[in-house]
Design a protein around this ligand. Structure first.
Ligand code: ATR
Length: 283
């Protein structure tokens, strides 16, 4: 029965699922987006046991949930669960956004567009015609390749500790743009306008084996897809080896969230003030 005296707006449920999920910034980011755009949404973080992903999504949909963000380690499972996928999700082999619409599960991946928006719109970095080095050949690198290639760089080189993985990844994107894969040794004598770190090295305080001279002077920029209260080992190395500009991935985090919000709500939130608030919070 409809309560005719209940004038409160209907609140739509969204969540992020992952394991671990305790430190996720997504609930705070989406709460700010919702306030800013006056959207009536409720966004929570859900810890999902390994092996329990499909069940957890089923429960969320059954309770009326409208959309999910998916993080480590479930992005590939989310890809498999999606009944329809965007091209960027298809290519990424991973899904970070699920949309429940017309009884269908639709999968998208907003990581790559989040990275590109942060580089291009926030940091004002030109990507077209530039030489880009993407470090790492795991899920994080695969997830951003198509949107990066869509920016038409002069060359996109994927470098990896295990060179075969970089070569295989480059091969699988070869018809999408000028992309090649190699090991760190093969970078000798080459320099790049932009170096993006998509390895897991920063998580462990490690620095991939980059050589002196790899950052093109002048104006070379470096971007770590990780973020932390202090610069990562990669960011410090770049600062000491001639980079003009060095960034962490906080902006990418907010931009990928903004794209998910847009997919769900059809409204594009302002990101600058949210990035600024988070920056203060992680200090
Ligand atoms: P993710 O999904 O986060 O990309 P992953 O699939 O485990 O995680 O991939 C991690 C990536 O970081 C790989 O490219 C890995 O290199 P290898 O394929 O050679 O293992 C890279 N990586 C991790 N630690 C690194 C380090 N200390 N130096 C260089 N590369 C590193």
């Amino acid at each position: 029965m409809i309560d005719i005296f209940d004038f409160s707006p209907k609140v739509d449920d969204y969540a992020v699922m992952g394991n671990p999920i305790g430190h996720s910034k997504s609930p705070a980011i989406h709460a700010q987006f919702a306030r800013q755009t006056k959207q009536a949404i409720n966004y929570t973080a859900i810890h999902v046991d390994l092996g329990g992903f499909e069940q957890a999504v089923g429960n969320f949909v059954a309770s009326g949930g409208r959309g999910l963000n998916i993080t480590v380690p479930f992005k590939q499972e989310a890809w498999a669960l999606a009944e329809e996928r965007s091209e960027r999700a298809e290519r990424a082999g991973a899904v970070n956004t699920l949309i429940f619409k017309d009884k269908k599960i639709i999968g998208d991946n907003t990581d790559g567009v989040g990275l590109v928006r942060d580089l291009r719109d926030n940091k004002k970095l030109e990507l077209q015609g530039r030489r880009i080095l993407l470090m790492g050949a795991g899920g994080a690198a695969r997830g951003v390749l198509l949107p990066l290639l869509n920016q038409q760089p002069a060359q996109l080189t994927i470098v990896n500790r295990t060179p075969e993985k970089a070569k295989d990844l480059a091969d699988s994107f070869s018809e999408m743009g000028k992309v090649a894969g190699c090991g760190y040794e093969a970078l000798a004598g080459q320099s790049f306008d932009l170096i993006i770190n998509a390895t897991a090295a920063s998580l462990r305080g490690e620095m991939p084996p980059l050589r002196e001279g790899v950052i093109a002077p002048p104006g070379g920029a470096c971007y770590d897809m990780m973020y932390a209260s202090k610069p990562t080992a990669f960011m410090r190395w770049c600062q000491e080896h001639g980079a003009d500009r060095v960034y962490d991935g906080l902006g990418m985090l907010v931009e990928q969230a903004a794209e998910s919000f847009y997919l769900w709500r059809g409204v594009r939130p302002q990101t600058n003030e949210v990035i600024e608030t988070l920056r203060q919070e992680i200090k």
